[in-house]
Design a protein around this ligand. Sequence first.
Ligand code: 5AD
Ligand code: SF4
Length: 488
Amino acid sequence: MELASKRQNEKQTVYIKTFGCQMNEADSERMYALLGEAGLEPTHTAEQANVIIINGCTVRAKAIHKAVSALGELQFLKKYNHNNKTPIIGMGGCVGQFEKQMLFKQAPWLDFVFGPDAIDQLPEMIFRVQNGEKHVINTDFDVLENYSTETKLSAPTSKAFVNIMKGCDKYCTYCIVPYTRGKEKSRTIDEILSDVARLVSLGIKEVTFLGQNVNSFGKGNKNLKNREPKKLHNIIGRVGPDEDEENFPQLLKAIDQDERLKNLRRVRFTSSHPLDFSDELINCYASPEQGGVSKLAQHLHLPVQSGSNRILEKMGRHHKIEAYISQMDRLRALMPKVGLSTDIIVGFPTETQTDFEQTLQLLDRIQYDNIFAFAYSPRIGTRAAKLNDDISLQEKNRRLQLVLKHQLKISEKRNTMFIDKTMEILVDNIAKNQILKKDDKNSTVWMGRTSCNHVVNFLSHTSSGLEGQFLKVKITGSTPLSLIGGRV
Ligand code: 5AD
Ligand code: SF4
């Protein structure tokens, strides 16, 4: 569908402001690609765009405020007809899905609202607005049993996000996601393999499998090819899909075995739940000789949320901290170099100083490379929102600062261990923060990531063309958040 331009010969343009998780980032990439096919070019600022979309996040109150205040800031573009264009404005993501019609009441200048399941209908919604329809809305969940999609890229690149499942059936007591993203549905292994093969033929070298809970991948899809392993186990007990259904370790193994994917170098995945982190998945981290998956990146992001069993129970996480520690120990034994990261929530209702200290002790015990920590924020409609939110904002923030500081020291110490080591990185881009002192004016600071997901900044006399290359770098220095290297 080619979208109309109000003035002849004028290119239609789109700007998307993205908040929240990698899922939203991937959704925005899909929107750019779909709208690109419909003739809309991306712009760098909202002021230049004919169509402006906010892809909002609802996971914490702060995230919603950001999306809603971004919407407020756009009102003047509607009022003052900036650059002689009155843009069409839309709100998507979990904010669109959750707030629905309410958004039109709050911001009458908003033209359309949509949820994550309606992204493929975006060109049609914009077409309807262009043809005079007011307050267009599509927040329906897709009602199909199966989940089928094709990854879209808006520009040539070496890395891609690939959605493999959507929704979440875990219903952790604090979390809004099951209400905004619906129930779990997975793509089939064969469809994902063909999709990734097409991406590899376009030059993709690294994929990140995305889903709210990728390690419960496969539920509901019959294991028609009888791939191994058929039954998943772990020390916690209940694990993901049934015996006769597809599962995540099968997908990873199939990736390694598919001839079409020879040029794919790395596979990452996010996000996961300890309950579905099966022994079979841990074994994928073994060396290829021991049956491991050779393309699997040496990195795991496994959210734990709290170090206290009492709080984990109240969060509805259904596992004990001892089981999580044992999973991490087994993983580290198989792959000592593995980079680990997690999510932490502080200030959950009734969290005592002792509970909080157990979280700090967990950080000491696991020695993560990186953590993402958040102050608990009650979300209307969740079970935890019915509990008394008894930790003051001030105390939540105090704990948040403490946990971040605690981890910073661990990260700082861990990063120094890489000094003098030679590591392979996939170059991302020219570094945004030029933290390195340039040795002469002709050098450029680049950034890339190791398999363990460490950011490495390095100097090069090349100012273009390194994007997407695998390079060896020798680590010469470190900061708490990144490594500094030199090309070898
Ligand atoms: N309050 C604070 N943090 C939350 N998260 C999810 N819901 C909430 C909430 N209500 C955090 C969890 C999750 C991450 C994506 O966001 O740590 O893993
Ligand atoms: Fe939210 Fe829990 Fe599902 Fe993660 S696993 S998306 S925290 S409900």
